[in-house]
Design a binder for this molecule. Structure first.
Ligand code: ADP
Ligand code: MG
Length: 262
């Protein structure tokens, strides 16, 4: 018998647990430089519908840039990015359409301090989705209920904890019914006890089938909840695999990264 060639060990196959799903996000050989600093060096990966993928890696490895390119907050130098059938790298891309499909949540929640929680969540529904007041209110309250904050609808941001404010920011994105949600270190500014409540909201979203791509430092969370983990190193996808890959890192770089993190 002829031995089957092993797959590249740093791209471990993930055992399929369900029907193949359409690809929602696809990066193919993405390059991006800021001046002479090449930050993304041929990044390729896909996120299928309903998948939750966690990106980990050292500070400066290009994680945020990759996420920002997906929502076209940055343009790429070469390669291609497709989101829900939209070619993001097309110079003529319809940014309004793209941003209706992509929800993005950052470390800083950027709520409007002069608007209450409900008004913060309703804002884009009214102005971007052109929903009437009653409809926007209904959708916003449903999104707030999903993050467990419908009872805080009339509170102002300053009356909420950091964790609650971040959950409002998630609800604001969620209310737009995006096809994929991107999270960039959304718990990094929070105390450990507030981190848990935000992670639980994200775990809930994943369990309910939301397609998610998140950059995180929460290794245990990534390991437990993510379908796949992408380890980025110096602008490249260095190692990809299921959560257990963190127990058995293949590359010396991931070994060193995990050892430094503990
Ligand atoms: P990470 O999120 O993994 O920490 P980033 O994507 O934020 O990494 O940054 C990767 C590199 O790109 C860093 O060297 C950073 O200084 C640089 N960089 C990011 N954004 C910009 C920008 N807008 N202008 C210039 N350099 C940037
Ligand atoms: Mg970052």
């Amino acid at each position: 018998a002829i031995a089957k060639p092993e797959p590249a060990p740093h791209l471990r196959p993930v055992v399929a647990s369900r029907e193949p799903q359409p690809v929602i996000v696809k990066l193919d050989q993405v390059y991006k430089s800021f001046g002479d600093n090449q930050v993304l060096k041929g990044v390729s990966f896909e996120v299928a519908r309903g998948e939750m993928i966690a990106i980990i890696g050292a500070s400066g490895s290009g994680k945020s840039t990759a996420l920002r390119c997906i929502d076209r907050l940055e343009t790429i130098d070469s390669g291609s990015i497709e989101v829900a059938g939209i070619r993001v790298d097309d110079p003529q891309v319809d940014l309004h359409k793209l941003r209706r499909e992509v929800g993005i949540v950052f470390q800083s929640y950027n709520l409007f301090p002069h608007l209450n929680v409900l008004e913060n969540v309703m804002l884009a529904l009214r102005h971007v989705k052109q929903q009437d007041k009653a409809e926007a209110r209904r959708v916003a309250l449903a999104a707030l209920a999903q993050v467990g904050l419908d009872e805080k609808a009339n509170a102002y941001p300053e009356q909420l904890s950091g964790g609650q404010q971040q959950r409002v920011a998630i609800a604001r994105s969620l209310a737009m019914a995006p096809k994929v949600m991107l999270f960039d270190e959304v718990t990094s500014a929070l105390d450990p006890q507030l981190t848990g409540e935000v992670l639980r909201v994200m775990e809930d979203l994943a369990a309910n089938g939301m397609t998610m791509l998140l950059v995180t430092h929460e290794m245990n969370f990534a390991k437990r909840v993510a379908d796949r983990i992408i380890y980025m190193h110096q602008g490249r996808v260095w190692e990809v695999g299921p959560g257990e890959m963190l127990d058995h890192p293949y590359t010396p770089e991931l070994q060193a990264f995990l050892a430094a993190d503990l």
